[in-house]
Design a protein around this ligand. Structure first.
Ligand SMILES: *[C@@H]1O[C@H](CO)[C@@H](O)[C@H](O)[C@H]1NC(C)=O
Length: 220
């Protein structure tokens, strides 16, 4: 009888031990899961911080280079302003003179610019063209057509500036002249010189070089 009792107690003890082992196991599992969860959160936080840091680094380098660029442009502008003296005046990043009183053919007006110590203007960026046309309007100079430095004489259909670089074709430089929906230049071999054409909002237009117009000169 005593033996049976003993076995009973033993079974109880073993059961209890087994149960507490199970509890411990569950506890340890829970702890493990928590640890995993925490390390996931930490990893996420770290990668978030990394992304944020990269973004800040990039932003800083963007700001630095933007500042350098602006400073460079300001220095260039102020140097231009010093060098650019009457009858020339600074327009955007160039030194310009608009002649609306004297008119002549393309060749004559080219000489005119040279006599002023400059040459015919090269309009090769959209930004400069925008400021140049604004300058014409703001100063009441939007009364004439103006020769600019491009022509295709001797190279029919291929327009060059004075310095040998190609005139950019198409939009936003060339208009459609008389509203015929054909983009300039469309004058063929008889129209070899470029004017900025008043009646088409000062877009480029090819005209016979012997026509008489004003000119825009530029001092380099
Ligand atoms: C930095 O400049 C580049 C190029 O302009 C741009 O793509 C990028 O979004 C800029 N980064 C920031 C953080 O502003």
């Amino acid at each position: 009888m005593a033996t049976f009792r003993c076995v009973q107690l033993l079974v109880l003890a073993v059961t209890a031990a087994a149960q507490s082992t199970q509890v411990l196991q569950e506890l340890s599992n829970t702890l493990l899961l928590n640890q995993l969860a925490i390390s996931n959160v930490l990893a996420e936080r770290d990668s978030g911080v990394r992304v944020m840091r990269q973004w800040l680094d990039e932003l800083q380098s963007n700001i630095t280079s933007e500042c350098r660029r602006t400073r460079g442009q300001e220095e260039l502008d102020s140097r231009r302003a010093l060098e650019c003296v009457r009858p020339f005046t600074v327009v955007h990043d160039r030194c310009i003179m608009v002649e609306s009183k004297t008119t002549g053919n393309w060749g004559d007006m080219k000489k005119f610019c040279q006599q002023q110590g400059g040459k015919m203007v090269k309009v090769d960026t959209d930004n400069f063209m925008y400021h140049l046309v604004r300058f014409l309007h703001d100063n009441g100079l939007n009364v004439k057509n103006y020769w600019v430095g491009g022509s295709d004489e001797g190279s029919e259909g291929v327009f060059f500036w004075d310095d040998g670089t190609r005139v950019k074709m198409g939009t936003p430089f060339w208009g459609d002249g008389t509203g015929d929906q054909i983009q300039e230049p469309d004058g063929g071999a008889t129209q070899n010189c470029i004017i900025m054409y008043k009646d088409d909002h000062y877009f480029f237009f090819d005209l016979p070089c012997h026509d008489s117009h004003g000119v825009i000169c530029e001092r380099m």
